[in-house]
Design a protein around this ligand. Structure first.
Ligand SMILES: [Mg+2]
Length: 216
């Protein structure tokens, strides 16, 4: 049955970080640029600054929407710099995975392609700059829905917005819970992209995005 063509699929939804682009852009911003600014502002060396920044990240925690928002951290640390300007300076760090580009090219025009990410718009604008034209819609949980995660309601709101049923969407991403279990729980066919080979091979775990083409 896995090789059957899913004739009712209309929309393919992609996660961003770890799925379409590698994490170095995002990680550089949080783990290098912010501590660098902190070190400059408070006259510390980089390691001391990173320790302080990390402590603050951990206090807020990733269940809190503020954790995801560059503007919150710039205000909190009293940085005068503009977060978006800092992000644009990192745009050379954005690496689109080669298999992602191939698959987008292949699927474009055959399906409605969308992005479902928990990154905020500041990141998506830059991270997706080179490939944004493939997508009809780009959804950010944090910026558009005020949710920190891809909850069942995020997926259902997307279906609603696109006027499709859950079984007309295929989603692919690299987070076992938020890109796989959650969409499946609302009836969306979801695939896990496992570039590092952490999961046991099975048909809904993809080694490369090109494997997705076999199931459409
Ligand atoms: Mg991801």
């Amino acid at each position: 049955m896995w090789n059957q063509k899913h004739k009712n699929v209309k929309v393919i939804s992609f996660d961003v970080d770890g799925t379409l682009i590698d994490r170095s852009f995002v990680d550089t911003f949080w783990e290098i640029e912010i501590p660098k600014l902190y070190a400059k502002k408070y006259n510390l060396d980089f390691n001391e600054a990173w320790k302080m920044v990390k402590k603050c990240y951990d206090e807020v925690g990733d269940h809190d929407v503020r954790w995801y928002l560059p503007k919150y951290w710039f205000d909190r640390f009293n940085f005068v710099e503009n977060p978006e300007k800092i992000l644009w300076k990192l745009k050379d760090k954005v690496k689109v995975y080669p298999d992602a580009e191939k698959v987008l090219k292949e699927l474009y025009g055959k399906y409605t392609l969308i992005v479902t990410s928990n990154a905020s718009w500041e990141f998506l604008n830059i991270g997706l700059e080179k490939i944004k034209d493939y997508f009809s819609k780009i959804y950010s949980c944090t910026s558009d829905f005020g949710e920190v995660r891809k909850t069942p309601s995020v997926y259902l709101r997307i279906c609603n917005d696109l006027k499709v049923k859950p079984n007309e969407i295929v989603h692919v991403g690299d987070h076992y819970e938020f890109d796989y279990l959650v969409p499946r729980s609302v009836g969306i066919e979801a695939y896990l992209i496992d570039r590092k080979g952490k999961f046991n091979p099975r048909k809904d775990v993809l080694k490369t995005l090109e494997d997705l083409l076999k199931y459409l």
